[in-house]
Each structure stands twice: as structure tokens, then as C-alpha cells.
Design a protein around this ligand. Structure first.
Ligand code: C6P
Length: 418
């Protein structure tokens, strides 16, 4: 326990109290107590620089993009395309054309399933999805499998919540066309060995779709190094606004894919007889985009870049170690998700108390966590659980907040177990 605290203290460049001042909402008092916001995997809070970027956009720049030649439109278009370049750098994509703005991870995966899957999958083709996937990386594939006759197969995991790599390897074959895998599990915290998973998938010619929703706020992403075919991100989980995210796709694949939606922005020329489409990335961005939040996302990426994702990862790892060590000494707590390589997520069950009751009592003590199936029902079925309680940490959380969380768990015990 002391080791984690010491590690935090030794991260001299990381002044959490100063960082917290960047997030106005963290000053909130919940029921007249300090608010310990430990629901960061659901959505993160926003630094002032993101809030300001959005309001400044409306105050000084608002106009539609890519349409007019007037001053504000040029300014808005420039800001919008600068955000794309920022996100290209954020994931280290080869070209800005490979960055498609979407509403978030869910829309990005639906786009791939419909456009890439719908255009390439044939009857009997196989889609491999891991047991730990979020519904966003399951249901779009089920929908397209129904239409195309493709088959979904499940990559098994062990009791720690790690992919069984030998089993995965055995599942791969010439019929495998798509592997859908989360970078970090939202319900367990597991960081999957993506590089190996992708390399093995490519050996059989399958394309790999990475759900990066939980990784973007915690890890440096390098899509070229990973060599993934698609990578999906939600802005709101990386300190940016809701309603904006990105789909990264390899240019050669995106070029061949048909549009996902039709309308303005995505066309080159329209006649009633025939329509030709705009070049990448606009081919996939029908209609007026979410301009303000795209600019907010740019600010969020800047913020993370300035803080340094390596520094963030180190600090958050210390928070997780501290919380894990505290949980480990409680005989009535079982941690769900004990992988060797984890992001800052602590899911658990407590003997004799339903997670929803835990969440309700914690809330009364100012601690915000998520309880439920975390949109990962097949994973809950694997662990034979209806739900877990999940504390998920961000770089603005503190050791004191984790103590507040464990103190509140004592109150849960006192209430339910006497
Ligand atoms: N997980 C959670 O509390 P959207 O809603 O499109 O921004 O992200 C969906 C999504 C996809 N994949 C993973 C791994 C996720 O964690 C999420 C969102 C939230 O865990 C809300 S269910």
C-alpha cells in the first residue's frame, strides 16, 4: 500500500491538486460532501480549456463548414480540419484522410460493420469477438451477420479476464474475416495484447477492428505500430465533449468502402441518375457535422498531450495499485478482472450486498461509481454475475478519494451486515 502512495508522491511533475483546478465540476459538493467522481469509464469530466473551446467557437467562429467562401465559414472549416489533423497525430495515423469524425465509438463500429462488413462479408464468413466486448462491439456485428449470413464466434477468456491466446489462435482460419477486440475492457480493466492479436489475425487475412473507447484516455495510441485496420474512439471518455469521436481506418480500406450515410457533404456530383462521392474523409461525413464538439475534442487532445500520456498512465497505475491493495485485504470483496496488465478500473462484488445497493449508499457518501452489467452482458454471464460495482479512475483522482470510497464501503457493511 505504501509503495503506491510513495510512487504517487515521487511523481513530482504531477501536481494533482493543480490539475483538479482545471476541472470546474470537481469542486461540486454532493450532499455536502466532497464529490469523489470514480465513474470515469462512463464519461470523464471536462477541463475548462475544452469548455472554453466550445463556447469560443460559438462566440467567434460559428458557421457551417466546407460550404461557403465567407470569412466565418473559412474560419470554421479551418478549425474543423485542424481538429482532424490533431486527431491524426493523437493516434499517429499516416494521413488525416484516415480520420473520420463520428458521434463516438458506437457509431464508428456501426459504420465499419455496415460499410466494410456489409460490402465484404459472405455466408459462412466468421467474425471473432472476445467474451469481454462491450455491446457496441457485439450488436452491430450481429445485425450485419444476420444480413450477410456471416457467423459470430467468441474468443474465450480466463478467470482473470484475459484472452486465452492459444484458443484464439485455434479459432483463426481462412474463413475469419473480422476480429473485433477491445483495447481496454470497460468492465474488467484488462489491457489486451493487441499487437499479437492483430499479427495473428493478419496471418489469416482477417481485418482487426479495435474498440479504443477505454484506451484513448489512458494510453498512447499508435495505429501504425499496432497495424490495426480500424480503431474507434469516443471523445467524451478522453475529457472531450459527448457526441463526437473518431473512426481511424487504413486509407486503402476506407477508399474501397461504400458510404455509410447519404446526404450533403459526402458527394462530388449528384444527378437523379447517378451520384459520385466525395474523397476521403468526407465520403463518410454526410450532413452538417458536430463542428463545435470537434473543436472541443481538439482541445481535449491538446490537454492530454500537454499532460503527457505516459505520466498519466504512471499516476493512474499508482491509483489502481493502491485501490487494489486496499480491496485485497477485505475478505468480503472479490475483484472481477485480475489481469496482469490493467487500466485504472476496479470492478468487484461484495458478499451479501447487491451492487445497486452499494452504488446507492456510496452515492450518499459522495462517491460516484457505476453499478450494473456495464453494457457487457456476455461478460457478466461468463462470470455468472448479474452486475458488479465499478470504480474507474482518472488522473484527477486522489488517494484521499480512494480512502473516501473505502470508508463509504464500511458504511455499506454497517448497514447491510450490521
Ligand atoms: N462504456 C461505460 O460505462 P459510446 O457510448 O459510443 O461513447 O461508447 C461505447 C463504448 C464502447 N466500447 C467500450 C469499451 C465502452 O466502454 C463504451 C462505453 C460506458 O463503460 C458506457 S456503457
Amino acid at each position: 500500500m505504501n509503495e503506491a502512495v510513495q510512487l504517487i508522491k515521487s511523481t513530482a511533475s504531477f501536481d494533482v491538486n493543480k490539475i483538479r483546478q482545471d476541472f470546474p465540476i470537481l469542486q461540486t459538493r454532493a450532499y455536502d460532501r466532497h464529490l469523489a467522481y470514480l465513474d470515469n469509464a462512463a464519461t470523464t469530466q471536462k477541463p475548462r480549456i475544452v469548455i472554453d473551446a466550445i463556447s469560443n467557437y460559438y462566440l467567434s467562429t460559428n458557421a457551417n463548414v466546407h460550404r461557403a467562401v465567407h470569412y466565418l465559414s473559412e474560419k470554421a472549416t479551418h478549425a474543423f480540419e485542424q481538429a482532424r489533423i490533431r486527431m491524426q497525430q493523437f493516434v499517429n495515423a499516416h494521413s488525416a484522410k484516415e480520420i473520420i469524425f463520428t458521434r463516438g465509438t458506437t457509431e464508428a463500429i456501426n459504420l465499419i460493420a455496415n460499410s466494410y462488413g456489409g460490402n465484404t462479408l459472405q455466408k459462412g464468413d466468421e467474425i471473432l469477438l472476445s467474451q469481454m466486448e462491450h455491446h457496441a462491439n457485439i450488436v452491430p456485428w450481429q445485425l450485419i451477420a444476420e444480413k450477410t449470413g456471416a457467423i459470430i464466434k467468441v474468443i474465450p477468456i480466463n478467470q482473470h479476464g484475459e484472452i486465452k491466446m492459444e484458443e484464439y489462435e485455434k479459432l483463426l482460419n481462412g474463413r475469419t474475416k473480422i476480429v473485433g477486440i477491445t483495447h481496454i475492457s470497460n468492465a474488467l480493466g484488462t489491457i489486451n495484447p493487441l499487437a499479437k492479436i492483430i499479427e495473428l489475425a493478419h496471418h489469416v487475412g482477417a481485418k482487426v477492428v479495435v474498440d479504443g473507447a477505454q484506451a484513448a484516455p489512458h494510453l498512447k495510441i499508435d495505429v501504425q505500430k499496432l497495424d490495426c485496420d480500424f480503431y474507434c474512439i469516443s471523445g467524451h471518455k478522453m475529457y472531450g465533449p459527448t457526441g463526437i469521436g473518431i473512426l481511424y481506418g487504413k486509407e486503402a480500406l476506407l477508399e474501397k468502402m461504400p458510404p455509410y450515410q447519404g446526404g450533403g457533404e459526402m458527394i462530388r456530383r449528384v444527378t437523379f441518375e447517378k451520384t459520385s462521392y466525395a474523397d476521403l474523409p468526407h465520403k463518410f461525413e454526410a450532413g452538417t457535422p458536430n463542428i463545435a464538439d470537434t473543436i472541443g475534442l481538439h482541445a481535449a487532445a491538446d490537454y492530454l498531450y500537454d499532460l503527457g500520456l505516459d505520466t498519466i498512465a504512471q499516476y493512474e497505475h499508482s491509483l489502481l495499485s493502491y485501490a487494489t491493495e486496499r480491496a485485497a485485504v477485505e475478505s468480503d470483496i472479490r475483484i472481477i478482472g485480475t489481469a496482469a496488465n490493467k487500466g485504472p478500473i476496479l470492478s468487484f462484488v461484495m458478499d451479501g450486498v447487491h451492487p445497486h445497493d452499494i452504488g446507492t449508499i456510496l452515492d450518499q457518501y459522495g462517491v460516484a461509481v457505476r453499478t450494473g452489467h456495464h453494457c457487457a452482458m456476455p461478460l457478466m454471464q461468463f462470470f455468472n454475475l448479474p452486475a458488479t460495482t465499478r470504480a474507474s479512475f482518472a488522473f484527477y483522482n486522489t488517494i484521499a478519494e480512494i480512502d473516501q470510497f473505502f470508508d463509504a464501503l464500511d458504511k455499506v457493511r454497517a448497514l447491510f451486515k450490521g
